[in-house]
Design a binder for this molecule. Structure first.
Ligand code: FES
Length: 79
């Protein structure tokens, strides 16, 4: 985990993602809108958000612990 980053949670959050929509996944853990960025990284001097889109509507489990090796998706690293 990078300096000034923290865990945003201990388990993934189930999200309904829409095709073509731009999402900003929180990478720093400071935001209180997990798993998405709310700009808190600026005040915390932590890492900025990671933008992503999906090609089709889908349900996904997005990482909140920030330890995943497959961001923004949970890969089980929180366990
Ligand atoms: S919540 Fe981060 S890997 Fe599962």
């Amino acid at each position: 985990m990078k300096e000034n980053n923290i865990k945003g949670g201990d388990a993934p959050i189930k999200c309904e993602l829409e095709a073509g929509k731009n999402y900003a996944w929180c990478t720093c853990g400071h935001g209180d809108a997990q798993p998405f960025c709310n700009g808190s990284h600026r005040k915390a001097n932590a890492t900025p958000s990671m933008s992503f889109t999906v090609e089709e509507d889908k349900t996904a489990y997005l990482c909140t612990c920030k330890l995943t090796k497959n961001p923004p998706y949970c890969d089980g690293s929180h366990k």
